[in-house]
Design a protein around this ligand. Structure first.
Ligand SMILES: Cc1cc2nc3c(=O)[nH]c(=O)nc-3n(C[C@H](O)[C@H](O)[C@H](O)COP(=O)(O)OP(=O)(O)OC[C@H]3O[C@@H](n4cnc5c(N)ncnc54)[C@H](O)[C@@H]3O)c2cc1C
Length: 427
């Protein structure tokens, strides 16, 4: 009789790959089932006509620790983006630098017209506070919406609308500032203290490097799981697979579908990323450009990955990633036209020559948390089924990797405990 697999992992995103890696390190047999034809889940890249298209603009935060436990980071050839933002406000660009990393450009922040002098002092205070607070301390601070938190801390409505809205929308896709203030502060801390980087071969190269650490044949691609019960699961083709333990490492909406009930918090944020090609980059620095203008504009932020890694586009071309977070009812063609019209006000009419490449609409981008009660990385669903991923914490590659590692540790202990009970019983 074929021995039963120790663990089946559903999903080859960061959490599933991390769980599989740690389980194999402990000598357990693991199979990963992935519906798509690639690893990486939300953080993967496509190659199209020589362009590297990340499925939504992603960055690696340099001070995170989980990834370096699995792979050697130098293989990724990470390069840091500019520490701060270029804010487009009322027809002018202002550099909002991270004062913890830049000195010269801080002058530009000081001159920015969308912030009062008091705002600028408070902003510096917020950088310093978040830098020195611990994550544990921040999750215990008083809870409110992010908007309330910023208002209560004395930031002017003008700065909140023109800077914090697009900045938080660029990072956690919350333009309305309705996410939990604890959640936003955790994210802001990571943004303020870290250098933010992009790997040379696209964000998807990170997951590929983790997958290379798994035994050959661990991952079955184009394999969709339909339903999960306690020790078995059913594939879409009707096949039943059994394992001692099952880990659901999908996003929360897919996990609830597999379980046939709402077990996991499924509120989420969404984003669309439109890619364009051009011969001339619209700016010269690898900096995220934020739209500080309110009203009916849709473009939230823009980045040119080729200013960091020229191989993101064929020779002589630049790749531009344009991101939309606000709700709208435009179809793809209308959205492209609307974005180009808006961008012509930022960069001039030359944007009308940009060649449109592709749009990604990401319906489940990150978990959205109006209130953050606790942060968890391991969630038992039943005796033999676990869920892991980013939905119990802050949406990030780091929390997905950590969730995979911690879930693997718990499961490995349970399997070794039941094995020793079995050995004792037959001795
Ligand atoms: C546009 C965007 C930008 C982001 N920016 C950043 C950033 O800058 N930095 C950062 O740290 N994080 C960022 N994130 C968040 C980060 O991508 C996620 O937190 C992380 O990738 C989640 O990994 P996961 O393994 O939990 O889930 P997922 O990546 O969602 O993986 C789930 C996997 O399960 C598979 N699956 C689903 N259903 C089934 C099924 N029925 N059968 C088989 N397989 C199935 C899916 O195909 C997928 O591969 C961003 C996310 C988005 C969308």
């Amino acid at each position: 009789m074929k021995p039963i697999t120790d663990v089946i992992v559903i999903g080859a995103g960061f959490s599933g790959l991390s769980a599989a890696y740690y389980l194999q390190q402990k000598g357990l047999s693991v199979r990963v089932l992935e519906v798509s034809s690639q690893v990486g889940g939300r953080a993967r890249s496509d190659i199209m006509h020589g362009y590297t298209l990340d499925r939504g603009l992603h960055f690696y935060h340099n001070s995170t620790t989980e990834l370096s436990k699995i792979i050697q980071l130098d293989k990724l050839q990470l390069k840091n983006i500019y520490p701060g933002y270029l804010l487009c406000y009322e027809g002018m660009f202002h550099l909002f630098t991270n004062p913890l990393y830049q000195t010269l450009d801080t002058l530009s922040t000081a001159m920015a017209k969308n912030a009062t002098f008091t705002d600028k002092i408070r902003l510096f205070g917020l950088y310093a506070k978040l830098k020195t607070s611990t994550y544990n301390k921040l999750v215990k601070e008083a809870e409110s919406s992010t908007y309330e938190y910023l208002s209560k801390n004395g930031f002017s409505k003008k700065l909140i609308d023109s800077f914090f809205r697009p900045m938080l929308a660029a990072n956690i896709f919350d333009y309305n500032l309705q996410a939990s203030s604890r959640f936003s502060k955790l994210y802001l801390k990571s943004l303020f203290q870290d250098h933010i980087a992009l790997p040379k071969n696209g964000i998807g190269s990170i997951a590929k490097a983790i997958a290379d650490k798994l035994h050959d044949g661990t991952i079955s691609y184009k394999t969709k799981v339909k339903r999960v019960s306690d020790n078995s699961l059913e594939l879409i083709n009707g096949e039943i697979l059994e394992a001692k333990k099952i880990i659901i490492a999908t996003n929360a909406i897919d996990a609830n579908q597999l379980l046939g009930k709402r077990e996991l918090p499924a509120e989420c944020s969404h984003v669309s990323t439109l890619y364009f090609s051009t011969e001339h980059a619209p700016i010269s620095k690898p900096v995220v450009i934020l739209n500080g203008n309110n009203g009916t504009t849709l473009v939230n932020h823009v980045f040119v990955p080729t200013l960091l890694h020229s191989n993101y586009a064929p020779e002589g071309k630049h790749l531009v990633a344009v991101n939309v977070v606000k709700d709208h009812d435009l179809d793809d063609e209308e959205l492209v036209a609307k974005c180009l019209t808006e961008l012509s006000e930022w960069f001039g009419l030359k944007v009308m020559d940009w060649q449109y490449l592709k749009t990604y609409h990401i319906k489940y981008a990150m978990p959205f948390k109006p209130i953050l009660d606790e942060i968890k990385f391991v969630q038992a669903i039943s005796d033999n089924v676990y869920a892991c991923g980013d939905c119990f914490s802050v949406g990030s590659m780091e929390s997905a990797l950590r969730s995979g590692r911690e879930t693997a540790n718990v499961i490995a202990q349970e399997i070794s405990l039941s094995k020793s009970l079995y050995d004792d019983a037959i001795a």
